[in-house]
Design a protein. Structure first.
Length: 475
């Protein structure tokens, strides 16, 4: 395949370069100013289009096997492709059983392999003891590492019975083991000694009256993130580089982690919204941590531009409609579908509007994730020998996010109605057409929440099962 006349976003370049890109056996084989098509070679005309590397979303919850009424690997990976994401890393906590052992990982692999539309890697879980099983041990981490996980995930505060939070003593042992194995530890960092009593106090003060969104946000303020990050970096002392804090919503917390030698990510919702938006968005905006002030939002953009926040993920975590609608600030499900909206959002609000230069855009949407999670041999950039994962993006197009057109099972998104600059025209995974916007637009109106993949995801051009497992470090 030959992609001709596009403006390619090549690693490190400050502006797109007009080049032709040849793909052989699924990988980029030649990049040059001008390449002539060979006999019988398929050509893709990309004049006027930006050619981007397929994005990596290193924080999603595709719930197969387990809570598939919320999201399945099939629908989640279809939604990923729609949004220009060709590789995801899936979290261990929302499967049943959770991915806390090599046996559970094999079980997960068997369940998702026939469904996957995009390429995928997994984290292993570090959980505390609970009704569903004992606390994670050093031996578990060794087995998970041998099975190829990209890192380990733990919670300082958890809302899941099947995946209890860890205490400091346990976590410090797990960090030591992970460091020895050369794998990062990803942590949901909100301090339980702040969040849990704050919720009790605020609920008591409210009495019988209906809770407000401020009640929820006030129970998980900036200090809860900052204290948690300070504790984490103290627990990791001497092994700070092992630590990665997920979905940071507080600028000072991100600065602390970065200065101490760890890494962190933020999510599109922390860059798009602030607590004032709960008035209009309600439960569709509920996540943990919650979005904070407009000032935090703007500071997170600055930290993303500087690199103190390494990259942006979606924390894609859809819910059933009844878990979001008709619930109050305490009982609504925390989590939003985002794997398909993050790249279009960052291209429009970050790059096209001048908040992120091209090198930082590329790092934030894939390059930095690939490096952090051992996927760089194949993923994260348009470069010779790497997988030909390509997004053809029209910077002059327009995209309006419509919840009813998402391929995800979850349709409660705070991004509903957002008008963005630019539009994704097509997506290629290992040189194969994976998503075609032209097919997507043929059928107007709401897509079905359940049913066949061709009805629910009309733009997807691949067959389920095309997606491949990426074992850490494996070329
Ligand atoms: Zn998450």
């Amino acid at each position: 395949m030959l992609v001709r006349n596009g403006e390619a976003a090549l690693p490190g370049a400050s502006a797109p370069l007009r080049v032709d890109i040849r793909v052989r056996e699924g990988r980029v084989s030649e990049i040059a100013e001008r390449l002539e098509p060979e006999a019988g070679e398929e050509t893709v005309e990309a004049a006027g289009l930006l050619v981007l590397p397929g994005a990596i979303d290193s924080h999603v919850h595709f719930d197969t096997p387990g809570f598939t009424e919320r999201e399945s690997f099939l629908r989640g990976s279809a939604e990923a492709l729609r949004g220009g994401v060709t590789t995801i890393v899936d979290m261990p906590c929302t499967s049943l059983p959770p991915v806390v052992s090599a046996a559970a990982l094999r079980n997960k692999l068997a369940a998702v392999a026939p469904e996957a539309l995009c390429d995928y890697a997994f984290y292993g879980g570090i959980r505390g003891a609970g009704p569903d099983g004992p606390a994670t041990t050093e031996r578990d981490l060794e087995e998970l590492a041998a099975a190829g996980v990209a890192g380990f995930k733990a919670y300082l505060v958890s809302g899941m019975d099947t995946f209890p939070a860890v205490d400091h003593e346990h976590l410090s042992r797990m960090i030591a083991k992970a460091a020895e194995l050369g794998l990062p530890v990803l942590v949901h960092a909100e301090d339980p000694a702040y969040v849990l009593p704050a919720a009790v106090r605020i609920k008591a003060a409210r009495g019988a009256a209906a809770p407000t969104w401020d009640d929820y946000v006030d129970s998980r303020p900036e200090a809860a993130e900052l204290v948690a990050c300070a504790s984490l970096m103290a627990l990791a002392r001497g092994r700070e580089g092992t630590m990665h804090v997920v979905h940071v919503g507080t600028a000072a917390a991100a600065e602390h982690v970065s200065r101490a030698g760890g890494s962190c990510e933020t999510c599109a919702h922390y860059l798009a919204f602030s607590r004032e938006d709960f008035a209009a968005k309600g439960a569709s905006l509920k996540t943990a941590p919650p979005v904070k002030s407009a000032e935090e939002r703007e500071r997170l953009w600055e930290l993303l531009a500087s690199g103190a926040v390494s990259f942006v993920t979606s924390d894609h975590a859809p819910a059933r409609p009844e878990e979001k609608r008709g619930r109050d600030a305490w009982t609504a499900y925390g989590g939003i579908p985002g794997v398909g909206t993050t790249l279009p959002f960052l291209l429009s609000e970050g790059w096209l509007k001048g908040k992120l230069g091209l090198p930082r855009l590329l790092e934030a949407t894939g390059g930095a994730q690939a490096a952090r999670f051992g996927l760089s041999a194949r993923k994260g950039a348009i470069a010779l020998g790497k997988d030909a994962d390509l997004v053809l993006f029209d910077p002059k197009g327009r995209t309006t996010i419509r919840a009813e057109r998402l391929y995800s099972k979850g349709r409660d998104t705070p991004f509903e109605g957002l008008a963005l600059e630019g539009s994704i025209r097509s997506v290629y995974l290992r040189g194969r057409l994976a998503y075609d916007a032209a097919r997507d637009g043929e059928r107007p109106g709401a897509l079905p929440r359940e049913g066949s993949i061709s009805d629910a995801a009309p733009g997807v051009a691949l067959e389920p099962g095309f997606g491949r497992f990426l074992s850490r470090g494996c070329p």
